[in-house]
Design a protein around this ligand. Structure first.
Ligand code: ZN
Length: 350
């Protein structure tokens, strides 16, 4: 960011949500609610008729399994088979271009979230982990209240964990802990990691929890930016190779509030975020991958130091596994065994 926004974070600029998000952001960005009670605090974004009928088909065919919560689904065998093979394809492409695998669990130390600037930029999307704190009598009361499906949050306290907001977040402190970078920096593949966004929706492509497959590049400024731009083209080619109609465009993250609108405009103006867009169930296209340049934001936040001194720059990219699988099902039909052989050969190489 050329004009860093002030904030409570040690970092110089806004964090990035980095994940696939539709260009218009979440429906709830400016409407946080403090209403207590057991009802969902965030109203669900309604589906378009096309999205609603696509979701009904996916559930009817056993591709997605309902849980009773909007934006939280199980995967049937056929859906998961496609997702796993998509993950393999992305991992193989990343490895061929020098990425090294790191894997992390779907919870983030709360301290890392606090240092990252995420709570400044995306308080509305954050999920924190709470746990019981109290006496035996409190436990009994909690159980009574919970058995009536009423609000039992008074018996809970924040723990030292948060739900993972983006797959790249644990990578920065892990690489910083190794000490000064080697010349040329590093490239990391996180694999398909579960990430959480508090964004209930009736659109099957907008989930609260999903697999984000990130690649992270940390190194010299010009190396990192060139890598981001190369991968935007490589990602475009990968999805076109799967028979999808894809468009590459500049985008912005769904930053929170009035200040967030300024950050979003700045991000778009500097082309810090690029997205690959596919129309799944319309009318609007959905972002299925994003390519994010953070400049020195995470380098400063976590003390990432270049081989010859100075703050490292970072970029990351994220493929949204579920959104890409949905796009494939929409484009080629709900039965993957009947997909065009050119597509099947790429996903299921012999
Ligand atoms: Zn990221």
């Amino acid at each position: 960011m050329s004009t860093p926004a002030p904030g409570p974070s040690r970092a110089a600029g806004p964090a990035t949500a980095d994940g696939p998000a539709t260009a218009d952001g979440p429906a709830t960005a400016d409407r946080p609610t403090t209403a207590p009670g057991p009802a969902p605090a965030t109203p669900a974004r309604p589906a378009t008729p096309e999205q609603a009928s696509f979701l009904a088909e996916l559930i009817g065919d056993g591709l997605l399994l309902e849980t009773g919560v909007q934006g939280v689904y199980g995967h049937g065998e056929a859906f998961e088979d496609v997702r796993e093979h998509l993950e393999n394809l992305i991992c193989a492409t990343a490895a061929a271009h020098g990425a090294r695998r790191l894997r992390f669990p779907p919870v983030l130390p709360r301290r890392q979230l606090e240092d990252s600037g995420y709570l400044t930029s995306f308080p509305h999307l954050t999920g924190s982990v709470c746990a019981f704190h109290g006496s035996e009598a409190d436990a009994q009361l909690q159980d009574q209240v919970a058995s009536r499906h009423e609000d039992w949050s008074e018996f809970q306290r924040l723990t030292d964990l948060a739900l993972m907001p983006a797959a790249c977040y644990p990578v920065y402190p892990a690489i910083a802990a190794r000490g000064r970078l080697a010349l040329g920096g590093v490239c990391v593949d996180t694999g398909g990691a579960w990430v959480f966004r508090r964004e209930p929706s009736e659109d099957p492509a907008r989930r609260q929890i999903f697999h984000m497959h990130e690649l992270v590049r940390i190194g010299e400024p010009e190396v990192v930016l060139a890598w981001r731009d190369e991968w935007a083209q490589r990602g475009l080619a990968l999805l076109i190779g799967l028979g999808l109609e894809v468009e590459l465009d500049t985008a912005n993250d769904p930053f929170f509030g009035r200040r967030g609108r300024m950050l979003a405009a700045n991000q778009r103006e500097q082309a810090l975020k690029l997205e690959l867009l596919v129309t799944i169930a319309g009318p609007a296209p959905t972002a299925v991958a994003s390519f994010n340049h953070h400049q020195d934001h995470f380098g400063k936040a976590y003390g990432l130091e270049l081989a010859q001194g100075g703050v490292a720059h970072t970029s990351c990219l994220g493929f949204g596994h579920e959104r890409i699988v949905l796009a494939l099902l929409r484009a080629h039909g709900l039965d993957p065994t009947g997909w065009p052989s050119a597509v099947r050969d790429r996903l299921w190489p012999s």
